[in-house]
Design a protein around this ligand. Structure first.
Ligand code: HDE
Length: 699
């Protein structure tokens, strides 16, 4: 398809003047003076005192002293990538937003994924909501869609946000725990704020521990408006749907990754883009006619409610592809500044009281984080649309505005820059009719805090329900105050009595005899069981030692490559290993430098010597056992099956007489002899695509 108008290179070009390339260059000071030495300070005599006149020493240390800026007050930990967006068909009927009109236009985007609670250096895989913020550099100016990976939020009114964040952040006296909601103050806030119940259900579900940013949905959460050229408005909610489906880690795996690979999500995104496995997300909108505002059993302005897809379908209107990693984390990912108030003509706000507070907060927070009002001039924040106004000066102003006139109206510059008319696509706020008395109050229509929490619970598969109960038991089990524990049980008894009983049994609280039951509403779209399943871009560990069967490994590697599945050879030591017929294979990782939690599946080839070595290797047995426990696909061929047998996994029957071995557990795939290999590879890929095999007894 031919690129028209704004091409992703436009944004690249725009960054170019700011890019610094240092290869083949001489070292200089910030003033451009070439330096001869950067290892020794200037001294009076070799062992003498350092001289104040050493401008290089002073400059180098001063700059270093000021390298840090305040981290984001929430969403401090994040990872970003560049890409582009294309609409599938013109949305002219619904919105005049230019970037949603022409399928041939590629609009450049920058996306920052994040966790909410932890500090900038915290682990990626903690249980948390994830941010999914997108900046569209459109020809009409920047449009920011600042969303999360869950469609609902903890609170209904922005005025409660500081309280909510103070409660979930590390406790202020001892700054513990880091990046975790499993502590007293968070659950104290929850039991005293019943509107949190629905989002807490999502947080305790598998959505709280995504497998990858590439396998995560995004939601605008707040209700916005589309406005078309005729001025007709509709309420909208925005969605991102990943083409790889929505998948999660298991809690034990997430916790282990926090130690073994705290950058798990960041690496995953970086590697995928470098390998050409570009993350893709379809863009969807749900639309509600103004006449239907009160038609649903919930208030469409309430951010603790989502619009079930079965009730209000998601219209898929375009696709975003992330195809370029950042050049510099600080300059781009750290300095990018999103703001839900950055909208373009054709997109407008609703009266959602959470949204209204957000519209203020984001610009305000950048003033302290990025140090002043000129952060829009930082390359990553610059629109591709031109900027013309009378805003001037301020710290770190980069633009050199020409002329004497910095006011409006004026005659000296013929009234320029002058306001644009509606025909020239000047932004016109939607003329919503408002009325009412000034009150500090909550709408009655926001009162129901439990129906959708129940709907969410009802929509979960048995495995997902078990994970939710386990998550509650972990989180609330870490609450010291017994009263709060009991009150959590009572609060969630309003969601579902069975859920409350199961939580209670795990945390030493009293199970309520009766409670919510009988509401059978459900939404299949929210269960991850019903998501897209593909083996593509998943990662398989191939375990092998000297004496492995090279033909088998070659075959499986061909298959994996063909299906765009990633793999790594894992062995006792780094270097190379030799096959039965003396061919060599480079080892990617040793048991010391990796762990089963870094992979989606395990493959064990045949080869008697290789299998014998592995059967006597605790690291290998532990690796396979852990992959089993985390419900991952396990494939083995010939003698490789004996290695699995040596793990003594409950439920895996291996009868080792002749060639009649049987691995009977879900997600186990075996080939008894080489002629079965093609069938084996197909079955193995299918098992990998399933993501996890929850039917297993231990998962
Ligand atoms: Fe944010 N939020 N938020 N938030 N939020 C910030 O802005 C805030 C909310 C979200 O990658 C801050 O630049 C208030 C909902 C994302 O840079 C801050 C309220 C949703 C990011 C802020 C909310 C979000 C932020 C901190 C309640 C999902 C990271 C740093 C009224 C729709 C953006 C910053 C990035 C960041 C305020 C609630 C998403 C303080 C007051 C709901 C993805 O301005």
């Amino acid at each position: 398809m031919e690129d028209k108008k704004i091409d992703q290179n436009v944004k690249n070009d725009q960054l170019n003047p700011f890019k610094a390339e240092h290869s083949d260059k001489k070292l200089t000071t910030d003033q451009g003076i070439k330096l001869t030495n950067t290892d020794d300070s200037l001294k009076a005599g070799q062992r003498g005192p350092t001289l104040l006149e050493d401008f290089h020493l002073r400059e180098k240390i001063t700059h270093f002293d000021h390298e840090r800026i305040p981290e984001r007050v929430v969403h401090a930990r994040g990872s970003g990538a560049h890409g582009f967006f294309q609409v599938y068909e013109s949305m002219q009927e619904y919105t005049k937003a230019k970037f949603l009109q022409d399928p041939s236009v590629k609009t450049p985007v920058f996306v920052r994924f994040s966790a909410v609670v932890g500090s900038r250096g915290s682990a990626d895989t903690v249980r948390d909501v994830r941010g999914f913020a997108t900046k569209f550099y459109t020809e009409d100016g920047n449009y920011d869609l600042v969303g999360n990976n869950m469609p609902v939020f903890f609170i209904q009114d922005a005025i409660k946000f500081p309280d909510m964040v103070h409660a979930i952040k590390p406790e202020p006296d001892w700054e513990v725990p880091q990046a975790s909601s499993a502590h007293d103050t968070f659950w104290d806030f929850v039991v005293n704020t019943p509107e949190t119940a629905h989002t807490v259900m999502w947080l305790m579900s598998d959505r709280g521990i995504p497998r990858s940013f590439r396998m995560m949905e995004g939601f605008g959460v707040n209700t916005f408006r589309f406005v078309n050229a005729q001025g007709k408005a509709r309420f909208v909610k925005f969605h991102w749907k990943p083409l790889l489906g929505v998948h999660s880690l298991v809690w034990d795996e997430a916790q282990k990754l926090s130690g073994k690979n705290p950058d798990f999500h960041r690496r995953d995104l970086w590697d995928a883009i470098n390998e050409g496995n570009y993350p893709e997300y379809e863009f969807g909108v749900q639309m509600v006619e103004e006449a239907d505002e009160f038609k649903y059993g919930f208030d469409i302005l309430d951010p603790t409610k989502f619009w079930p897809e079965e009730m209000i379908p998601v219209k898929i209107i375009g696709k975003m592809t992330l195809n370029r990693n950042v050049d510099n984390f600080f300059s781009e990912t750290e300095q990018v500044a999103f703001c839900p108030a950055n909208v373009v003509p054709g997109i407008d706000f609703s009266d959602d009281p959470l949204l209204q507070g957000r519209l203020f907060s984001y610009l305000d927070t950048q003033l302290s984080r990025l140090g002043g009002p000129n952060f829009h001039e930082i390359p990553i924040n610059r629109p591709v649309a031109p900027i013309h106004n009378n805003q001037r000066d301020g710290i770190h102003r980069a633009t050199i505005d020409q002329g004497k006139v910095s006011y409006f109206p004026n005659s000296l510059a013929s009234n320029c820059p002058m306001p644009a008319s509606a025909e020239e696509n000047g932004y016109q706020h939607y003329a919503e009719k408002v009325g009412g008395e000034k009150v500090r109050a909550r709408s009655e229509s926001f009162r129901d805090h439990f129906s959708q929490a129940t709907l969410f619970w009802n929509s979960m598969s048995p495995a997902e329900k078990k994970h939710i109960v386990d998550a509650f038991r972990f989180e609330v089990g870490n609450v010291m105050d017994k009263q709060i524990r009991q009150r959590v049980v009572e609060l969630f008894n309003n969601v579902d009595n069975t859920l409350a009983q199961q939580i209670a049994m795990g945390i030493g609280a009293t199970p309520p005899a009766s409670g919510a039951s009988g509401n059978t509403a459900y939404s299949p779209a929210v269960s991850q069981m019903n998501t897209i399943k593909t083996a593509a871009t998943r990662k398989v560990a191939i375990l092998a030692e000297n004496g492995f069967n090279a033909a088998q490994i070659t075959k499986i590697i061909d298959f994996l490559r063909g299906a765009k599945v990633c793999f790594e050879i894992v062995s006792k030591e780094l270097g190379t290993i030799k096959s039965m017929d003396n061919s060599e294979l480079a080892v990617g990782k040793s048991y010391l430098t990796t762990a089963s939690v870094n992979y989606d599946a395990v493959f064990i080839p045949g080869g008697q010597d290789s299998a014998n070595a592995m059967m006597n290797q605790g690291d290998t047995l532990n690796f396979i056992h852990e992959a089993y426990k985390h419900a991952k696909a396990i494939g083995a061929v010939n003698e490789g099956v004996n290695v699995v047998a040596a793990c003594q996994i409950k439920g895996v029957t291996v009868v080792a007489s002749n060639d009649s071995r049987v691995m009977s557990e879900a997600g186990f795939v075996e080939a008894k002899n080489a002629s079965d290999l093609t069938e084996f590879c197909n079955k193995f890929l299918d098992a990998v695509a399933q993501h996890r095999h929850w039917q297993r007894a231990e998962s």
